[in-house]
Design a binder for this molecule. Structure first.
Ligand SMILES: Nc1ncnc2c1ncn2[C@@H]1O[C@H](COP(=O)(O)OP(=O)(O)OP(=O)(O)O)[C@@H](O)[C@H]1O
Length: 615
């Protein structure tokens, strides 16, 4: 294994880190925060995958992105998707990776194994995933997003784990953190302790997600995936651990059932570690199925797998929201979200005419972006893409605003998905003042005087309900809008072991930029790129430009970011009703709003200092 990793290091090439060095060919994947394109690197004459995260549209925090890049650039393992380079272009982050032409296991399963895979294939895929998980854990990381959609295959069937977006560092400042207390993950795959948030969680949360992924591969879908998020939460916390149901139960060996039940123990400490699981009898005599390459070859090409049809819907709606908020001017509040129901996207998304309008807007902005991001792109390719976009739009009725893979779900399920927001809405009905929809999140503005929140807060609380039960739960996507980026240095994971506090925050300049958009190309971190600039890193983030300052320049006072507030939850072991869980969530929201306030104050202080310096 070591020699294979070595081989990866040696074969790494110098990938260019400017957008015009790449052609975007077609979208091949959609995650919660990004669209992934098949791309062409002119210099290296090589196909690549380019993950494009619209930093404004998806409200992804710079901190999260920095972590992803950091983990990707340091991860070298035959079962972990390697990283080529990354850079910021305009308000997009581009992450360049090798193209894994076998695609993700979820879309392969949807096309070729809707009722689940057979045991030898499941065994082979899980073994590759487990090796990657063991590698992450050995290096002090929790993946936190293990699921079939994040397992990729090469064209000849090698298994690779991707999506480091949620990888959490267990080692910070050189010290191993024993537990984490962040609410991230994908509901169906999330361990009870992650959902509960009372004691935090550790590596064992990945073992739970791994067990759920085993069931997903065996039966074609994750347990509880047919339910809305709140029900998934309750079933996971209060129901028995999931197991293989229906006809799939008979198809699998005792060893498989034993593996799953070991992984899905509610008490995390009773779950085996990844390296212990590799010794499990289920993984004796693992072989790559001889027909795997054939199965991959016969499945639809990446751009045409069912899951990718949802990409345009997401783009159209998000574009509509951005355009609206730009035009609304003063209507922006709380990190750029529009809470004005009269102009609500939620409303407009249920209106077919407006949706068509949004398509036009999207086409314009797409064209603008394409034209500026890649001048070499051929006209024909763009037209093909636009006409494909039209085809896709026509396949969806006006209610299909969710990013859920509609092709793989029945009408009834889609209705249930839509209902999930209604269920959530009825829970909140008394307190709700306004609601709007952002992507697949329904946002309720709640009168905090009627909640159990912090009474010192005079503003309104915000609750966010994820309408996509297959998706990651991100309670407050804009929370880190004003956070400084992580220090993007490889050395950040090699702090002296006696460092007891968080690594000092980098010196940053934050400035508000005019609405006139200048493309701002900056390498975020590309340890293997040709135009690397380590001393100074700058980002565009909404209205702000964040710049890490060269140490030779006179530094502004370095302000460490306030610690995230600990979740304030009810007593351990207490039976919690849905309303109590909602109250818990609202408490967290209040705490997070306080943090936003602090960050805002910090920002304006920094800006005025900057102004003073300029004068
Ligand atoms: N290197 C690659 N080669 C081929 N396809 C890829 C590659 N990387 C990603 N994809 C496709 O894009 C999809 C989304 O990618 P990814 O999971 O990285 O996005 P994300 O926004 O981080 O997702 P998530 O919702 O899991 O956080 C994958 O499920 C896969 O289909």
């Amino acid at each position: 294994m070591a020699s294979e990793s070595q081989q990866y290091v040696e074969t790494r090439k110098a990938y260019p880190n400017t957008a015009d060095a790449y052609q975007l060919i077609e979208p091949i994947g959609q995650g919660e925060s990004a669209v992934v394109y098949r791309g062409w690197c002119e210099n290296l004459q090589e196909e690549v995958a380019i993950k494009i995260v619209d930093l404004e549209l998806f409200q992804t925090s710079l901190e999260e992105i920095s972590k992803e890049i950091q983990v990707m650039s340091l991860s070298l393992h035959p079962n972990v998707v390697p990283y080529c380079t990354s850079f910021v272009y305009g308000h997009d982050l581009w992450v360049v990776m090798p193209l894994l032409a076998g695609g993700d296991v979820k879309s392969l399963m949807d096309c070729s194994f809707p009722e689940g895979m057979d045991e030898p294939l499941v065994q082979y895929i899980l073994c590759g995933v487990l090796r990657a998980v063991a590698y992450f854990h050995e290096h002090g990381q929790i993946h936190r997003n293990i699921k079939a959609a994040n397992i990729l295959l090469t064209v000849d069937g090698r298994v690779m784990l991707s999506d480091y977006g949620l990888v959490g560092w267990m080692v910070e400042g050189g010290l191993k953190r024993s537990i984490r207390q962040t609410f991230v993950g994908t509901p169906c795959w999330m361990a009870p302790e992650v959902l509960e948030q009372t004691h935090g969680y550790d590596y064992k949360a990945d073992i739970w997600s791994f067990g759920i992924t085993a069931l997903e591969l065996a039966q074609g879908r994750a347990p509880f995936s047919e339910y809305p998020p709140m029900k998934v939460l309750l079933l996971t916390l209060q129901g028995p651990a999931p197991s293989l149901k229906g006809p799939a139960r008979q198809r699998f060996s005792k060893a498989f059932h034993d593996l799953v039940s070991q992984c899905l123990q509610k008490e995390p400490s009773q779950r085996p570690s990844a390296s212990q699981l590799l010794e499990h009898k289920f993984f004796k005599n693992v072989k790559k199925p001889s027909n795997l390459a054939d199965i991959i070859a016969k499945s639809p090409p990446l751009g045409r797998r069912s899951g990718n049809q949802r990409i345009l819907i997401q783009q159209v709606l998000s574009s509509n929201q951005t355009t609206d908020s730009e035009h609304n001017g003063g209507g922006e509040v709380a990190g750029g979200w529009n809470f004005d129901t009269s102009e609500s996207d939620f409303k407009s998304e249920t209106n077919g005419n407006v949706q068509k309008e949004s398509l036009n807007k999207n086409e314009e902005s797409q064209e603008d972006r394409q034209a500026s991001s890649n001048k070499k792109k051929e006209e024909g390719m763009e037209n093909t893409q636009n006409s494909r976009q039209n085809d896709w739009i026509e396949k969806y009725d006006s209610k299909s605003y969710s990013t859920q893979d509609s092709a793989s779900h029945s009408d009834e399920e889609r209705k249930q998905q839509h209902d999930s927001s209604i269920i959530a809405s009825s829970h909140e009905e008394k307190n709700t003042k306004t609601m709007t929809k952002k992507g697949r999140f329904v946002v309720f503005e709640v009168d905090d005087r009627t909640t159990s929140g912090d009474s010192r807060l005079t503003g309104n609380a915000v609750n966010v309900v994820d309408t996509n039960y297959g998706g990651r739960t991100t309670p407050i996507p804009w929370i880190e809008e004003h956070s400084p980026p992580l220090p993007l240095k490889e050395s950040s994971c090699a702090q002296p072991p006696n460092a007891t506090t968080e690594a000092p925050a980098p010196t940053v300049l934050v400035r508000e930029i005019s609405s006139h958009r200048q493309p701002n190309v900056a390498s975020i971190n590309s340890s293997h790129s040709t135009e690397n600039n380590r001393s100074s890193v700058s980002f565009r983030r909404g209205r702000f430009e964040v710049k890490e300052v060269d140490s030779n320049n006179p530094p502004l006072p370095c302000r460490s970011r306030p610690q995230s507030p600990s979740p304030r939850l009810s007593t351990v072991g207490e039976a919690r009703s849905p309303l109590m869980l909602l109250a818990d969530l609202q408490n967290q929201v209040v705490a997070l709003l306080n943090e936003i306030d602090n960050l805002r104050k910090e920002n304006s202080a920094l800006r005025s200092e900057l102004e003073q310096r300029k004068q």
